[in-house]
Ligand binder design. Structure first.
Ligand SMILES: [Zn+2]
Length: 498
């Protein structure tokens, strides 16, 4: 007999450990479905452990493509099997249909609280469009567990109002990038964070695809003002929406990724249409896609893309977050961003296995704004960018990179030969030329050693107190706070890959 996922869970409830069965926590290790990957199970187990300890708002950090939806479904299966109510919150209406399909595939019966979808008050699980819920706040929608997708948006007033309306509910947040665009953390919205495996580990394991990163253009964004932590869209569009750069996007696609399916990120809609037009003019079937498309247009795009009749979807941020497009082997980035959150979401769309992806950065995000390569290891913290940088012991967002001037490929700075065969000039010989430059090299070496020393010290810490003492010894202004942030980064789940 083969049981459906939900029946298997109901069956396993009978064997649930009586010692914890009475605790009304929605996520229970014993009820997690067998198809989870080990690291996903570890993360949910850590979340469940936190919840049993009384933490109601738990954030799971895990890279784009690491299966966050699957983890959410596992949590919801557990909740449903315990006969508890749950909601899955999405911030874009485009994601409702896609999520519903995935839920059905995983055996999750559900109804909706979303415009144009049926509402069944008796359903145990509701798929919720955040805008609809906020308009119906007067109505009571009880829920034991609220799962918040793309939880870095949970800082908006809309989310805060919903989460605060029902302080007794458990919250499980999911995000690849636990920071707001302006770098502030999510510590007001969540009590604890379970860090996921690094992108580099996921690539090594084959869970994410390898990639090649090219940066053929580095346009000048000097003078473009920022709004809420990122470039003002219209002003930035004036930098990149130029025939030369639009032409370069197409030219490099033809040179590096010809025939691949993929997506392109543009700065605004006009820019997006210009890029799609330019591809079509070169015989590459491409379509501008945005959140204002009606269902018919969306179906047309989905079907044509799946069938391979369309090679490219060009968009402004729509594909950055959750809107699923299969078979992506090429990511064109024609939009400038100062936000690491956006940068990683965009690059991450190309990292779905099995095939290696070509990422073409035409805005200089990795190089000129120091956002780095997508598998650069980062120490995420619930306290945001400042704490992340303090934990890494440096002010940069990423491991340093260097660029081949022959093929425009971007590599880590330790690499001696570019994949195209070009040898990088040995930095050491170059720097030996004058005393001043030699000093620079020594400084770099010193910095490296200090960093290594810091890493060793932190690895030796076994408890919060150890971290606090270390923080004091280093003269940090708030050693206790720093220690808490570091401890959050070392949960049960993290032990496996650290
Ligand atoms: Zn090269």
């Amino acid at each position: 007999m083969i049981l459906s996922p939900r029946d298997a869970l109901l069956f396993s409830i009978a064997t649930l450990n009586p010692a914890i069965a009475h605790i009304p926590v929605p996520i229970v290790e014993e009820l997690l479905p067998p198809w989870l990957r080990d690291f996903q199970r570890d993360m949910l187990t850590a979340a469940a452990a936190y919840m049993r300890q009384g933490y109601r708002r738990v954030l799971l950090q895990s890279p784009t493509g690491s299966g966050k939806t699957k983890m959410a479904e596992a949590a919801l299966l557990s909740t449903t099997a315990r006969d508890m109510h749950s909601q899955f919150l999405v911030h874009r209406k485009e994601l409702i249909r896609q999520t519903s399909k995935s839920f059905t595939g995983s055996g999750l019966d559900h109804s909706f609280i979303a415009a144009k979808f049926d509402y069944d008050p008796d359903a145990m699980l509701h798929l919720v469009g955040i805008q609809t819920l906020i308009r119906r706040m007067s109505h009571a929608f009880p829920s034991n567990l609220r799962v918040v997708d793309e939880a870095h948006h949970a800082t908006s007033d809309t989310y805060s109002a919903i989460l605060e309306a029902d302080p007794d509910a458990y919250i499980l947040g999911l995000t690849a990038t636990p920071e707001r665009l302006d770098g502030r953390g999510l510590d007001d919205q969540f009590d604890v964070m379970v860090p996921g495996p690094p992108v580099s580990w996921l690539i090594e394991q084959g869970y994410l695809a390898r990639y090649e990163y090219f940066a053929p253009d580095t346009p000048d964004f000097t003078g473009v003002k920022s709004v809420a932590g990122d470039f003002a869209r219209e002003a930035a569009a004036q930098v990149v929406d130029k025939p030369k750069i639009v032409g370069s996007v197409v030219e490099h696609y033809l040179r590096l990724a010809k025939g691949f399916q993929g997506i392109v990120f543009a700065q605004n809609r006009r820019h997006s249409r210009h890029i799609a037009d330019e591809f079509n003019a070169h015989g590459i079937p491409a379509m501008h896609v945005d959140g204002e498309m009606n269902d018919k247009q969306r179906d047309y795009f989905d079907d044509a893309f799946r069938a391979g009749d369309l090679l490219l979807g060009v968009n402004v941020g729509l594909f950055g977050e959750g809107y699923d497009v299969p078979n992506i082997r090429y990511v064109g980035i024609a939009a400038g961003t100062r936000s690491l959150v956006n940068h990683l979401q965009w690059c991450g769309r190309g990292l779905r296995p099995p095939d290696p992806a070509v990422i073409c950065d035409h805005a200089g995000n990795a190089i000129t704004r120091n956002l780095g390569l997508p598998d650069s290891d980062r120490e995420w913290s619930l306290l945001g960018r400042a704490a992340r940088r303090a934990a890494s012991g440096c002010n940069d967002d990423a491991t340093p990179v260097r660029q081949c001037l022959v093929c425009f490929r971007v590599s880590y700075s330790g690499v001696k030969t570019c994949a195209c065969g070009t040898e990088f000039p040995a930095q050491i010989r170059k720097v030996e030329v004058t005393d001043g430059k030699l000093k620079k090299l020594e400084q770099a070496e010193m910095k490296r050693r200090i960093r290594a020393q810091r890493e060793r010290e932190e690895k030796a810490c076994k408890s919060w107190l150890d971290f606090k003492r270390l923080g004091e010894a280093r003269g940090y202004p708030e050693p206790g706070k720093w220690a808490s942030a570091r401890c959050r980064g070392r949960s049960v789940a993290a032990a496996r890959w650290r």
